[in-house]
Ligand binder design. Structure first.
Ligand code: AHR
Length: 320
């Protein structure tokens, strides 16, 4: 073995050791909203898995739906001197101070799945879906499905003040605008939870002649749709036939509802926001590569024509 070969082997060994050590040394704080939905639980599992795969020490903080807990957790991460912070912001406003503190401490922040109303230089990148598009895809599906038929829609909104609630509402309204036969007759928050979705749907059914006049339910997430389906069945109605049910996320339970003929469409939201986020972070920390400010995930429509049993089987166990 020549000296140069020995040198090359030693150098590559050293590089391998250094990069393993770098990954192992990386400490990332993750401020998660809570566990309001099946999708959220999956995002948490996938994030932990993606961190583990990369040898990252992930400090996890569950905010139990409270922004004040998220702010406290982020301040804690800054005090610990973590290398980066991931945050799924529960609502859009009220982040400027804490994000500025992270910036002053030179800690890059990456937003996951929801946006903030704050200057863009306060975060490295945002990995999320195009939430207006998600609402639009759901609305367009309804427009194409009901055609010229009159259709009264009830809407279950997500958490008040959150970007998916604001944007999914807007996207849906944009899609049905200009179709005078389709109108939203009731709209209320179900806070992205199954229990609240059921409770609010029960109120809609009572207020709307036992639900007989409701043509479609639009829920900002699948969990609320699943809760609404239960309320409709309890009232003797046939969700999936009358009313139609359209929602967003693509969790296994909505595919099970499609198999049972009780749900009609969902717009998929991947729970893997952490993969692209940690790739972007890795490149940034290694050589200063600036990621795109917005990394947008796909928004694909699924209906009972798309093998819901297969979709259920392939998702079940993936952290859901
Ligand atoms: O921010 C993403 C939304 O939050 C998901 O659609 C919903 O299920 C979750 O709780």
């Amino acid at each position: 073995m020549t000296f140069l070969t020995k040198l090359a082997i030693a150098a590559s060994l050293a590089t391998a050791l250094t990069s393993t050590a770098m990954a192992a040394d990386l400490v990332v704080g993750f401020s998660q909203i809570g566990s309001e939905s099946g999708w959220r639980a999956a995002e948490t599992s996938v994030t932990k898995l993606e961190a583990e795969k990369r040898g990252i020490d992930l400090k996890f903080a569950d905010a139990q739906q409270k922004q004040e807990n998220q702010i406290k957790a982020i301040r804690g991460f800054i005090a610990q001197g973590v290398n980066a912070i991931l945050v799924a912001p529960v609502v859009a406003t009220g982040w400027e101070d804490v994000l500025s503190e992270a910036k002053e401490a030179n800690i890059p922040v990456i937003l996951l799945d929801r946006g903030v109303d704050a200057p863009q230089d306060l975060y490295l990148t945002s990995v999320a879906s195009d939430q207006v598009k998600e609402g639009h895809v759901a609305g367009q599906w309804l427009v194409d499905t009901v055609k010229d038929k009159d259709c009264k829609v009830v809407e279950l909104q997500g958490t008040v003040g959150s970007t998916p609630a604001i944007n999914r509402k807007k996207g849906f309204e944009d899609a049905i605008a200009g179709h005078a036969n389709i109108s939203i007759i009731r709209s209320q928050t179900g806070d992205f939870t199954r229990a609240k979705g059921k409770e609010v749907m029960e109120g809609f059914i009572k207020a709307e002649n036992g639900g007989k006049d409701i043509c479609a339910v639009y829920a900002h997430n699948d969990d609320m749709a699943v809760g609404a389906i239960q309320a409709l069945k309890d009232a003797g109605l046939k969700p999936g036939t009358s009313p139609l049910v359209v929602s967003i996320d693509g969790v296994p339970d909505i595919f099970a509802a499609m198999v049972a003929g009780e749900a009609n469409a969902t717009v998929e939201l991947t729970p893997n926001m952490a993969g692209p986020a940690l790739d972007a972070l890795d490149a940034y920390l290694k050589n200063g590569t600036m990621p795109a400010k917005f990394i947008i995930t796909e928004s694909k429509l699924y209906t009972p024509a798309d093998n819901p049993q297969g979709e259920y089987d392939s998702r079940k166990g993936l952290g859901y």
